[in-house]
Design a protein around this ligand. Structure first.
Ligand code: GLY
Length: 406
């Protein structure tokens, strides 16, 4: 075989994602991972026995309370506890997890009847509950529930503007508007990819892809930072505004939104094979990695906010880590290390600063912040259920025990 002018034979090309195995962890990281997995199994078993079919959000006095959240049963976070239970069931086979997860799913199904509280976050509710159940057990009732949820999400698509409507109401410039689109929805559209495959009906995928392309065009900025919210004229599809949302302000870079972009564009690539989604995921990932690297791998609430006050959102770190590990599986052998090592650094930094491994207390990851401007402080640096979910998902990925949820 001929060498090129620098002496590189063709054989030095890197293996593609399909050809190469996972990145091999250095012994010190492997030892940390094994220890965390052991602590996780002890803590989660005690927690599942205590919490059962309650639907937790945060803790008070170290304990979860049922539906202790303003949004009630329809709140977007209510699928994460069953998601944690399915991950643990999948890894351990312990029936305590499965029976609790099935009990929560029964409760969530009520939402499809009452309907009014549902919005685009129906994916967050039913992918980690019903669709996870179907993927793990083949339960036909869970499949029907997942498909019902996918149809409700598809019904929120607006062809004038090509996006899925996020929220049901909200004021912009002093009047009620309906053309809301937000970055978070990149994690809801996988229920459409799933339905398209399950039914052999590409309509669902067309909607998901159209939405993802609109997000690519208007939400992701050329430097890899993201807007949180877009507002469209829902009659004409004209783009109107991109306010700051849950981050510091307009033009800032809300860290959790950045993590939804990393993970969400990776998922759109996995489900469609469209290369531009992979490149957008990499752009957003590299933006996150450089911001985290200069801050000891600890996620602030917004990457583009004043240095003081320092406010953390550990949940954004957990989502970013899970997203980076998913991305690492999609790239060639010499790129895997970048995303895997960054994910491990985030997980280890957050473990050292935020994790509570006491099995007598509920919740693992402290330091979650729901939004930047929180006048009461009640949603600032507290345990939040999705921080624990994505932490567990990331650990299961690294252990090769993950149940694919998205
Ligand atoms: N709606 C998802 C989030 O607050 O991150």
């Amino acid at each position: 075989m001929a060498n090129d002018i620098f002496g590189n034979p063709e054989l030095t090309r890197q293996k593609t994602a399909a050809e190469s195995g996972p990145y091999v962890l250095p012994p010190e990281d492997q030892a940390w991972l094994d220890e965390v997995y052991e602590k996780l199994t002890v803590k989660m078993k005690a927690e599942a026995e205590r919490v059962g079919t309650m639907i937790p959000y945060t803790t008070r006095d170290g304990k979860y309370h049922d539906l202790d959240v303003q949004g009630g049963l329809g709140f977007w976070t209510n699928g994460f506890w069953p998601g944690m239970l399915w991950q643990m069931y999948s890894a351990t086979g312990d029936e305590v997890y499965r029976s609790a997860a099935e009990g929560v799913e029964e409760r969530l199904k009520e939402l499809l009847v009452t309907y009014d509280s549902l919005d685009h976050d129906i994916g967050f509710l039913f992918l980690p509950s019903s669709v996870a159940n179907y993927r793990k057990t083949g339960n036909p009732e869970s499949r029907r529930t997942g498909l019902h949820a996918a149809n409700i999400l598809a019904g929120r698509f607006n062809p004038a503007g090509n996006y899925i409507r996020a929220w049901n109401n909200g004021l912009w410039a002093g009047h009620e508007v309906s053309g809301w689109m937000i970055i978070d929805c990149m994690m809801n559209i996988p229920i459409l990819y799933w339905a398209a495959k399950e039914l052999g009906d590409p309509r669902y995928e067309h909607i998901a892809v159209a939405h993802a392309k609109t997000a690519q065009k208007y939400i992701v900025r050329p430097d890899g930072s993201c807007n949180h919210i877009l507002i469209f004229d829902s009659k004409t599809g004209e783009f109107l505004d991109n306010p700051g949302g849950q981050g510091y302000g307009s033009g800032s870079s809300w860290t959790r939104g950045q993590s939804w972009a990393v993970y969400g564009f990776t998922l759109s690539y996995i489900h469609t094979g469209e290369e531009s989604f992979l490149n957008t995921a990499k752009l957003c990932a590299q933006y996150c990695i450089s911001n985290l690297a200069v801050n000891d791998w600890l996620p602030l609430v917004d990457y583009r906010a004043p240095e003081e006050p320092v406010k953390y959102d550990s949940t954004a770190g957990m989502i970013t880590a899970a997203g980076l590990l998913t991305l690492a599986d999609q790239v060639g052998e010499y790129e895997k290390g970048l995303y895997t090592k960054a994910a491990i650094r985030i997980l280890r930094a957050c473990d050292a600063k935020f994790c509570n491994w006491d099995p007598a207390q509920d919740s693992i990851v402290d330091g979650g912040t729901f939004f930047y401007h929180d006048p009461t402080g009640t949603n600032t640096e507290v345990p939040i259920i999705y921080g624990d979910y994505y932490f567990i998902e990331a650990i299961m990925k690294l252990k090769g025990k993950e149940l694919f949820i998205w």
